[in-house]
Design a protein around this ligand. Structure first.
Ligand code: ATP
Ligand code: MG
Length: 439
């Protein structure tokens, strides 16, 4: 894409209501723009990141055999009334009526709706285990929408749901999802630590939040220092082993959010020598809630002996919108964002340092054509800004590789390739640059 045509302009100064470095950069780098408190429009750069985040999540859900569906945003009151959450969620939801007077709310989450489908689609233990997921906007009338897209009133979530015949099987599904989450966040270049958590309005008694450590994070957390260095599971993992060694390692090293009121009911405490107190951003949460929803909604299946039992459920959420904000919060310096390559809006940026000069224009156009033809996503700064302004904009936007094309280097047949993450620079021929970015 040519930067001269990009919709959304970068800002030299952040608006005064942006409170954290990440939210300032989100606005300055034209990632998203507010429409009202907690309601954001993604601009092209931010939307490209959100789509990549979504695709990584989808990949890892598919890998563990979860099946993608799509439940509506507008959800009928009748299902929420079956579990009693129509009343309890009243203060935090957006509601409306149709012209026939029927009540609806914008989904705050989707347990009731998916449970409604499960009770119709599943009637035998032979159809279990099964997991489904969807990407859908959620509406939550947050009391304090803040931190940009990280606490919005409408945001995109991936929520998955598991159905199993009994608790042991349900815990295996939980473990599978636990590992999928570890892999998902690692692929985005994030270190997200699973922490024991309260279950809140979702219910149940087993839950982990996945927390990206950041000093500006909303959640106060503590953990055993060992948890900071555990390896992320690879492909070889045996999900079916009840407690395989990797999951055992992750869950036996204690970490929790400070709002866990009743730590005693969890496995164990962290020894005071090893206790690290810090802050972080919750990017995902998983729950095992047993038969809480299936009891009240009568989601029954016939077991092997023919007897009807309530299905055991779990739910598993990841905030796509919040992740984009959390990545910025975790990956930046004073000059701007440093996107991890897997989620960057573009892989490379071409900076024409003397726009309008025949030799630099020709070299940039040639490079732009060649990289596009080879499938490298590239943003070409073809604006008439001076070199200094282009350097600043490129650092702010945070594309992982910058290709600097100036008359001096070109005279010797060289371009400069700068890596945004650590600032290292190399002088290379155009062919070498292309080879580097396509290898
Ligand atoms: P929080 O404690 O931060 O309010 P939650 O525990 O209510 O979040 P869940 O119901 O667990 O959130 O939702 C799953 C995921 O959805 C969260 O881990 C988070 O990534 C994301 N999320 C929740 N609320 C918001 C919001 N207001 N804006 C953006 N993302 C959100
Ligand atoms: Mg949560």
């Amino acid at each position: 894409m040519r930067q001269s045509t990009l919709f959304g302009r970068t800002l030299r100064e952040a608006p005064s209501d942006a409170t954290t470095p990440g939210t300032q950069l989100m606005l300055r780098a034209a990632i998203a723009r507010p429409l009202a408190a907690g309601l954001y429009t993604w601009l092209p750069l931010g939307f490209r990141v959100a789509r990549k985040v979504e695709q990584i999540i989808r990949d890892e859900q598919d890998r563990i055999g979860a099946q993608e569906i799509r439940i509506p945003v507008i959800t009928p009151a009748e299902y929420w009334k079956e579990t009693g959450r129509w009343d309890s969620l009243e203060p935090v939801t957006f509601r409306t009526r149709d012209h026939g007077g029927h009540e609806y709310m914008i989904g705050y989450t989707h347990e009731e709706l998916v449970m409604h489908h499960a009770r119709n689609e599943i009637n035998s233990y032979r159809q279990l285990p099964v997991m489904v997921y969807h990407f859908q906007e959620k509406g939550r009338d947050e009391q304090r929408p803040r931190f940009g897209v990280m606490r919005g009133r409408e945001f995109l979530m991936k929520d998955a749901y598991s159905f199993d015949i009994d608790e042991a099987a349900a815990r295996r599904s939980y473990n599978k999802m636990f590992v999928a989450y570890l892999r998902t966040f690692a692929r985005m270049g994030l270190k997200a630590i699973p922490m024991r958590a309260e279950t809140g309005p979702i219910g149940g008694d087993l839950s982990h939040e996945f927390i990206v450590l950041a000093e500006t994070g909303e959640s106060a957390v503590y953990c055993d220092s060992d948890v900071l260095n555990l390896p992320v599971p690879g492909e070889e993992i045996d999900y079916d082993a009840d407690l395989n060694p990797i999951i055992k390692q992750w869950t036996s090293v204690y970490a929790a959010t400070e709002d866990v009121h009743d730590a005693a009911r969890f496995d164990r405490e962290v020894p005071a020598d090893k206790k690290v107190h810090t802050r972080g951003i919750e990017v995902g949460q998983i729950f095992y809630f047993g038969t809480k929803y299936s009891d009240s909604m009568k989601a029954m299946v016939a077991g092997a002996d023919g007897a009807e039992v309530a299905v055991h459920g779990g739910s598993y959420g990841v905030g796509v919108s919040r992740l984009v904000g959390a990545i910025i919060e975790a990956c930046h310096d004073d000059a701007g964002i440093k996107w991890p390559e897997a989620v960057a809006p573009f892989k490379a940026a071409i900076l024409n340092l003397k726009q309008g000069a025949e030799d630099t224009d020709a070299a940039c156009e040639q490079l732009y054509r060649e990289l596009n033809a080879k499938g490298v996503e590239v943003l070409y700064d073809d604006t008439d800004q001076r070199a200094g302004a282009k350097f600043a904009a490129a650092d702010l936007i945070g594309i992982p590789w910058q290709i600097l094309v100036g008359p001096k280097g070109l005279a010797e047949g060289k371009l400069e390739l700068k890596r945004r993450s650590d600032g290292t620079r190399e002088n290379l021929s155009p062919a070498e640059v292309v080879a580097r970015l396509t290898s």
